[in-house]
Ligand binder design. Structure first.
Ligand SMILES: C[S@@+](CC[C@H](N)C(=O)[O-])C[C@H]1O[C@@H](n2cnc3c(N)ncnc32)[C@H](O)[C@@H]1O
Length: 237
C-alpha cells in the first residue's frame, strides 16, 4: 500500500484538475448554434401529435402556463411576438390578454404550425393573431413592431442565435422586453436527455443575449426545471 501512495496522490491531483475543467468547459463554451437535426421533426409535423406533446399535464411550462403569462408582463393593447410558437399554446393565451386592441404575432419556422395556429385562432375568434413563417436567421417582423418578444422552449432550437437575437432587437420597440424560458442545464441535476438535447444552459444564454444589445433585468425563480429570464432592449449595441 505504501508503494502505491504516491500514485494515489497523483491520481487525486489529476481528478482534481481535470474534472472541474471538463465540467466548466462544457457549459462555458457551448456550440455556437443548435444542430439543424434538432428542428427536422418540425419540417412536416403532425400538428395533433405535437399538441399532445406540448399541451400535456406534466410539462412544466404547460402546467404553469397561466403564471408564466402573468409573469411575462403582458398588458391589454400590447403587440407581442411568440417566437417558436409551436402549436400556439402561448399565442392563444396571450391573444386573450392583449385583447382586441393588441396583437400577437405567432412566429415559427414551421409552415404547418403557423397554418394550424391561423386555423385555431380563427375557430376561437382570436382576430388579433397573425402567423409569420420565419427563418433561422430572421423573425420577418417589421422593425419596431413589438413591445415584447416571448421565447419559450425555443432558444435552444435556434441554429443561429446571434442572427435571431439581432432580428429580435430590430423588431422590438425602444425599451421593449424579451422573455426567455428554457431548460435548466445543470450537471448532476438535469436529466441525461436535457444534457444531450439542450445546447446552452442559463449562464451561457445570458452571455449570448446580453452581447446582442439586451440587459438582464429579472432572473425569476418561478419555475423549477426551466429558467425564466427577462431582458430589456438597450439602445447601445
Ligand atoms: C420545443 S418547441 C416549443 C413550442 C412552444 N414555444 C411551446 O413552448 O409550447 C420549439 C419550436 O421552435 C421552433 N423554432 C426552432 N427554431 C426557430 C427559429 N429560429 N425561429 C422561430 N422558431 C423556431 C420550432 O419549429 C418549434 O415549433
Amino acid at each position: 500500500m505504501n508503494r502505491l501512495r504516491p500514485f494515489v496522490g497523483l491520481w487525486l491531483i489529476l481528478v482534481g484538475l481535470v474534472v472541474p475543467a471538463w465540467v466548466a468547459a462544457e457549459d462555458a463554451v457551448p456550440p455556437a448554434g443548435a444542430p439543424p437535426a434538432i428542428n427536422r421533426q418540425y419540417e412536416n409535423p403532425d400538428y395533433e401529435q405535437w399538441v399532445q406533446a406540448f399541451e400535456r399535464p406534466g410539462r412544466e411550462v404547460y402546467d404553469r402556463r397561466r403564471e408564466i403569462v402573468a409573469a411575462s408582463g403582458v398588458k391589454p393593447g400590447m403587440a407581442l411576438a411568440d417566437i417558436g410558437a409551436g402549436t400556439g399554446l402561448f399565442t392563444r393565451l396571450f391573444a386573450r390578454e392583449v385583447g382586441p386592441q393588441g396583437k400577437v404575432y405567432a412566429v415559427d419556422i414551421s409552415q404547418v404550425f403557423i397554418d394550424n395556429i391561423r386555423r385555431t385562432s380563427r375557430e376561437q375568434g382570436l382576430a388579433n393573431v397573425e402567423g409569420v413563417v420565419s427563418t433561422q436567421t430572421a423573425t420577418r417582423l417589421a422593425p419596431g413592431a413589438i413591445d415584447l418578444a416571448f421565447v419559450c422552449d425555443a432558444y435552444h432550437h435556434f441554429e443561429n442565435p446571434q442572427a435571431m437575437l439581432r432580428s429580435l432587437h430590430r423588431a422590438l420597440r425602444s425599451g421593449g422586453a424579451l422573455v426567455v424560458i428554457d431548460f435548466q442545464r445543470i450537471h448532476g441535476h438535469s436529466s441525461a436527455w436535457v444534457m444531450g438535447h439542450v445546447r446552452a444552459g442559463k449562464e451561457p444564454a445570458i452571455r449570448e443575449i446580453e452581447a446582442e444589445g439586451f440587459k438582464l433585468v429579472d432572473d425569476s425563480p418561478l419555475l423549477r426545471e426551466n429558467f425564466f429570464l427577462r431582458f430589456q432592449r438597450s439602445e447601445r449595441r
